[in-house]
Design a protein around this ligand. Structure first.
Ligand code: SF4
Length: 59
């Protein structure tokens, strides 16, 4: 079984909150909305960890 890396979308510049109660989390890089973390959707559908993570600049 491949190792599942937990990529924290909340720290990624591509992550956004959609305000859609059914699909509250969104990824601008991949262009989809999801119920859970987008990186988990990417992993479960592709079998690979997200390669587009880009850390938000620290304030
Ligand atoms: S690019 Fe990857 S890490 Fe960033 S929000 Fe999308 S799925 Fe998450």
């Amino acid at each position: 079984m491949p190792e599942q890396k937990r990529i924290d979308c909340l720290k990624c510049i591509h992550f956004y909150v959609t305000w859609d109660p059914k699909l509250p989390k969104g990824c601008k890089a991949f262009g989809f909305k999801s119920q859970g973390l987008p990186s988990q959707v990417v992993f479960s559908s592709s079998g690979k960890p997200c390669m587009h993570f880009a850390a938000k600049p620290s304030r």
